[in-house]
Design a protein around this ligand. Structure first.
Ligand SMILES: Cc1cc2nc3c(=O)[nH]c(=O)nc-3n(C[C@H](O)[C@H](O)[C@H](O)COP(=O)(O)O)c2cc1C
Length: 202
């Protein structure tokens, strides 16, 4: 495997966009290897603050984040809820989080947009993180039932994802071979015409 330095990896991962977009967005990617550098509590709080200011249906703010720093008992609990696949790489992340949504509006009606709003909050967090040289890696590979139980998630809330947080700049060669290869593969996307439809869908 060719050896890349941080700058080359970030260049390789930068999006080839069909139209110019914010550099922050083009350069965001989801590493599985993070730099050997702690993310400070105040830095994490800036990420959570960015999430806090996302838009949400009826300003309900249905998102919740349970976070833990590496070395803590809580980190091990979150780790134990992740899929075998995610456990292969995630331990080098200085912070792990579980995200959850509140399933109903305060009125008691089902909030069908709660996941949407959590996504907006996670997007805010990703942009804030990018501006600080910090990367997020979202994970659907979570045993949500175990997480509900182990982390004391109350009734009415549903675990959605996990997020690994750390600085960009990890050494991909420390990953298992298959993951090292993905780490060094260019990002790609469906063409814009496939996802953006003018007028009506026919
Ligand atoms: C909701 C969500 C769930 C994901 N679940 C996982 C996961 O369980 N494990 C993993 O390694 N990556 C996971 N990813 C990362 C995606 O594979 C990644 O975002 C996608 O391949 C695009 O790559 P990029 O973020 O570098 O552009 C997830 C991403 C999102 C948004």
């Amino acid at each position: 495997m060719e050896v890349y330095n941080d700058i080359n990896i970030n260049q390789l991962k930068s999006a080839d966009t069909s139209y110019p977009i914010l550099t922050l967005l083009a350069n965001r990617w989801s590493p599985r290897m993070f730099a050997d550098k702690a993310v400070m509590r105040r830095e994490l709080m800036a990420l959570l603050e960015a999430a806090r200011w996302a838009a949400s249906s009826s300003n309900e703010q249905p998102w919740r984040f349970v976070y833990a720093f590496r070395g803590s008992h809580a980190y091990e609990k979150i780790f134990s809820c992740l899929s075998k696949f995610n456990q292969k790489w995630v331990r080098n992340a200085p912070i792990l989080m579980i995200t959850a949504i509140k399933e109903q509006f305060n009125s008691g009606k089902a909030n069908y947009h709660a996941l949407h709003d959590l996504g907006l909050a996670a997007g805010n967090m990703a942009v804030q993180a990018q501006s600080m040289g910090i990367a997020l890696h979202h994970m659907a590979g979570v045993d949500w039932k175990k997480a509900q139980e182990l982390l004391g998630v109350p009734d009415g809330f549903h675990v959605a994802t996990a997020i690994a947080v750390g600085y960009y700049g990890g050494d991909p060669s420390a990953l298992p071979d298959d993951l090292e290869e993905t780490e060094l593969t260019k990002r790609d996307r469906k063409p814009l015409e496939e996802i953006a439809i003018e007028g009506a869908w026919w």
